[in-house]
Ligand binder design. Structure first.
Ligand code: ADP
Ligand code: MG
Length: 462
């Protein structure tokens, strides 16, 4: 295929996926996306950010494979992703017409897509390898332990328990082990699962009477990666099942890696038998990065982004943002984008100012303001400020509007009538309905939970 064919094919694929999934945030994930290459059964897709990659990977990969195979006329079985560098090629996917009402058939398709999503929980993020993991004083022990485990799975440290605050690289490190094991032996079965997914899958297995299948899935692996185990707190049935899964794997020398925000004995309402098992292998913590490490991370990030920034300026950012690595990456990007959009060069004063602006918007108070929430929701769903409060009722506006109302309720605890005033003078019953709808939807839709999590993380970035 020529370049032009790739472009046309990709636009057609996107139109089809959009029809099938009807996800209002669709445009966010596929903005500036492109089909870069097809080689046999392998396709390469370029997306705008690392976050878009991980989201698309976990929520759209199967449907992309399916639709792409149809368009190409031969099976596409594997997809690799790249992140767009600078403004390499700007290709925007523009929805040619407004969405129509979702008919029943579409709803069913959405359900199918949802199903596929939950089954693809085992995917590892391509970026989370040892190569891209920077080692410093704060994570040296955890890194060494992870490497030892990847060299002799099941026998070095089992389990390996890594704990530390958010955004410090726990998920990255545990997945790096998965990648490394697969590199040595592609036949090894790696199962990565967030504790939440384990929990949800167990609940639905119980409800649908398919617990045997659930057990088989979880017991038939070589490396079991369980992320954020703290969410198991107080969930008795899940702990019971987890205990059996754990024992089955451990007894057959399968490797188990667990991450958490705290050491096992500090997780509230965790059964003693689990806590003692978690503590029986190796426990390694990750601390927040020191200045030197923050600089190293920013330097690496600049290289990845194809930006050249004077080390003194990097130091400036590293000094100001000292919380965690995710925020550090976010701050670097925001500052660079801010300056590029305003056509300013990357010099000391401009960076200082951009950092000040960033801190001001994000840290004015511990709680985000109504207008910050509105800005971020609009930015996320690519709609404008008039649209979100307008009287128009098409789905692409109604849904973000409901998310906005939901966040005003949950983040700011505003009253329903006051929320009504913020969204174009709507009646409080409309607000109650909207907020309730999002609550219900969140319970059953893990994709939406990820979205809301991402939106919220933007309020508190830096
Ligand atoms: P956690 O699971 O602890 O919340 P993540 O593993 O999701 O944190 O890491 C957050 C972000 O920071 C990711 O983009 C990750 O690649 C990056 N990151 C974390 N630690 C490192 C490191 N040591 N070197 C390079 N990038 C890192
Ligand atoms: Mg994590």
């Amino acid at each position: 295929m020529t370049d032009l064919d790739f472009d046309t094919t990709w636009q057609n694929v996107l139109t089809d996926i959009k029809d099938r999934s009807k996800v209002p945030s669709f445009r966010t994930w596929f903005e500036k996306s492109s089909l870069e290459n097809i080689k046999g059964e392998l396709a390469e897709i370029n997306l705008s950010s690392a976050f878009a990659i991980s989201y698309v990977q976990s929520h759209f990969e199967d449907v992309i494979k399916e639709v792409l195979s149809e368009h190409v006329g031969s099976p596409i079985k594997k997809i690799t992703y790249s992140e767009s560098k600078k403004q390499k090629k700007i290709k925007q996917f523009i929805d040619p017409d407004q969405p129509s009402l979702i008919d029943l058939a579409d709803r069913q398709r959405v359900l199918v897509v949802e199903q596929v999503k939950t089954n693809s929980s085992s995917t590892l993020n391509d970026r989370y390898t040892f190569d891209t993991f920077i080692v410093g004083n704060s994570n040296r022990l955890a890194h060494a332990a992870a490497q030892a485990v990847s060299r002799s799975i099941g026998s070095a440290y089992n389990p390996l328990y890594i704990y530390g605050g958010v955004g410090l690289g726990k998920t990255h490190l545990m997945q790096a082990v998965g990648h490394e094991v697969l590199r040595q032996d592609p036949d090894k079965k790696i199962l990565y699962v967030s504790c939440e997914v384990f929990l949800n899958e167990l609940v639905s297995a119980i409800q649908s009477g398919s617990v045997d299948r659930f057990k088989k899935k979880y017991r038939n692996v070589d490396v079991f990666l369980v992320d954020d185990i703290q969410f198991i707190a107080g969930k008795e049935t899940t702990q019971e099942e987890f205990f059996h899964t754990y024992n089955a794997l451990h007894q057959t020398n399968k490797q188990i890696i667990i991450t958490s925000d705290k050491p096992p004995q500090e997780i509230p309402q965790l059964e003693d038998r689990l806590a003692s098992r978690f503590a029986a292998g190796m426990i390694a913590d990750i601390q927040p990065p020191d200045l030197e490490m923050r600089e190293a991370i920013l330097q690496r990030k600049c290289i990845e982004q194809g930006k050249e920034i004077n080390p003194k300026l990097i130091r400036l950012i590293a000094e100001r943002v000292d919380s965690n690595i995710r925020e550090l990456e976010g701050a670097l990007l925001t500052v660079i984008t801010d300056l590029e959009v305003n056509n300013q060069e990357l010099n000391h004063d401009n960076i200082q100012q951009a950092l000040n602006r960033l801190v001001q918007t994000r840290r004015k108070s511990d709680r985000p303001s109504v207008s910050l929430i509105k800005d971020i929701v609009c930015e996320f769903y690519r709609i404008n400020h008039e649209e979100i409060i307008s009287a128009r009722r098409n789905k692409e506006l109604v849904f973000p509007r409901q998310i906005f109302m939901f966040l005003l309720k949950t983040e700011l605890s505003m009253s329903f009538p006051n929320i009504g005033k913020e969204v174009g003078g709507r009646d409080h019953t409309t607000v109650m309905y909207g907020v309730d709808k999002i609550f219900k939807e969140l319970k059953k839709n893990s994709g939406l939970r990820d979205e809301v999590k991402e939106i919220k993380s933007r309020f508190y970035r830096i």
